[in-house]
Write a protein that binds this ligand. Structure first.
Ligand code: UD2
Length: 311
């Protein structure tokens, strides 16, 4: 199969690209390297990988690429993934997180491109701060930030473009993904990548709140597994939670990481972050109906992650 992965040099994108290539697919990556890194693609068979440093907001470029290459699979992972950034720059991030993706859908529609599957990556952020748990795909949503609004609106475009114009589309709502190649640089990076960096450098980790906040953490290899399952299945015109269905508190996770690393994490307590969600948990029965189960529970995923990071 020929696949396009936008954001393919990023955290989830590079893990997906490596696996798709390993399974014999030809992968074309478009990434502007605003968050991704070219090093994330090192070691992937170059005969099966094409990389193009480009923004998905260049409509003419993307149109031409799609028409020329006639991809079987398109996975839309390119995004400004920072909620904080979307609050600082709502319009610019909107152009990436929504408009550029609509342009891709529109090109597929207009030129009747023979796509076998388009997956758009959305986020648990669409559920906002509503208390009902676990989150089902049919649960109420409350997108509170430009990031979440764009993710939700683009999901709707993706699902309903699919229905209206007979394009096989699905959207995924990722919960808290962790694992190799996650970039720990920003304070809003995934918390497990920040903790890993602190353990490595013996730096002090700031725990915001009481540490009892719970998240549905999923290892990146399981996210890749879910994406490939969705590419290969008949699923279409639906939204899928991508998570494990299990939760852990931040304190439990820290304890587990300390055990594996064989050292204590230096820690200081800070005030709870404004707008922080206390409990997040997914209902993954929709993905389960397609045969999905995560291979890595938290202990196994953390073990693999810290081994990869040589900690
Ligand atoms: C995740 C997403 C975010 C948005 C949100 C929607 C990531 C990285 N972020 O935010 O984009 O979709 O879900 O619900 O996937 N924390 C600390 N110290 C730190 C950093 C974080 O204590 O240095 C805490 C933070 O306050 C939160 C928890 O760790 O309670 C998890 O933080 P996160 O940023 O990894 O993920 P989350 O769920 O807040």
């Amino acid at each position: 199969m020929k696949a396009l992965v936008t954001g393919g040099a990023g955290f989830i994108g590079s893990n997906l690209t490596a696996e798709l290539v390993k399974q014999g697919n030809d992968v074309f990556v478009v990434d502007d390297l605003s968050m991704g890194k070219i090093e994330n693609l090192v070691g992937i068979d170059k005969n099966k990988l094409q990389f193009c440093e480009h923004s998905i907001t260049d409509y003419a470029f993307m149109r031409q690429l799609l028409i020329e290459k006639k991809f079987d699979h398109i996975v839309l992972l390119a995004a400004v993934a920072s909620v904080a950034d979307s609050i600082e720059r709502p319009y610019e991030t909107h152009l990436v997180n929504q408009e550029a993706n609509v342009n891709i859908l529109e090109t597929v529609r207009k030129y009747k491109l023979p796509v076998k599957k388009i997956i758009f990556s959305s986020s648990a952020a669409v559920y906002g701060n509503l208390p009902d748990l676990p989150k089902k795909e049919t649960s109420r949503v409350d997108p509170l930030t430009p990031y979440a609004i764009d993710k939700f609106a683009t999901e709707r475009f993706v699902v309903n473009y699919g229905r209206l114009y007979n394009i096989p589309t699905v959207a995924t709502r990722f919960f808290n993904v962790y694992g190799p190649k996650q970039n720990p640089q920003s304070p809003y990076s995934g918390v497990l990548s920040i903790i890993t960096e602190c353990l490595r450098n013996n730096q002090t980790f700031t725990l915001y709140g009481d540490g009892k906040q719970e998240r549905d953490f999923i290892y990146v290899a399981d996210v890749v597994k879910a994406l490939i399952l969705l590419l290969q299945s008949d699923a279409k015109h639906k939204v899928y939670n991508v998570a494990t269905g299990k939760t852990n508190s931040l304190l439990e996770v820290i304890h587990e990481m300390e055990e594996i690393a064989g050292r204590n994490l230096k820690m200081t307590m800070g005030p709870e972050r404004t707008g922080d969600i206390k409990y997040s948990q997914a209902d993954i029965s929709e993905l389960g109906k397609l045969g999905f189960a995560a291979d890595n529970n938290l202990a196994i995923g953390l073990e693999k992650y810290l081994k990869y990071e040589k900690i």
